[in-house]
Write a protein that binds this ligand. Structure first.
Ligand SMILES: [Zn+2]
Length: 116
């Protein structure tokens, strides 16, 4: 009996959620930009700057999210300075339901791997 009630409850929740669910607008925030370059790492003689990688990853995410039917807004689309307040204002102005800030780290110690 309890299993049947639980199953009905799960089905009910699914129906309620699926009928009223609208994907939230996603605000994609490529961290740093402009004079704020973020982490820097030389790799095979090439200087990698966090702000550039963040922007590339954000554009990639934006492409696939919009392709999947999500509405998105980016806090920056080029190498520009955007203050924290303006980033939040962009999200709020557009009614974002989710805010994803993209960052990457760098370390001089080559034995460092992943996160704990
Ligand atoms: Zn960062």
């Amino acid at each position: 009996m309890i299993k049947k009630m639980l199953l009905l409850f799960v089905v009910f929740c699914f129906v309620v959620v699926s009928n009223s669910f609208a994907a939230p607008l996603i605000c994609i925030d490529p961290g740093h930009g402009g004079s704020n370059i973020g982490a820097v790492k030389k790799f095979d003689g090439i200087e990698l700057r966090e702000q550039d990688i963040n922007l590339d990853v954000a554009k990639f995410a934006n492409y696939y999210l919009t392709r999947a039917g999500y509405k998105t807004v980016m806090t920056r689309n080029s190498d520009t300075d955007v203050s924290f307040a303006e980033r939040a204002a962009i999200a709020n102005r557009n009614g974002a339901g989710a805010f994803v800030s993209i960052h990457h780290n760098a370390a001089d110690n080559s034995s460092c791997v992943g996160s704990p």
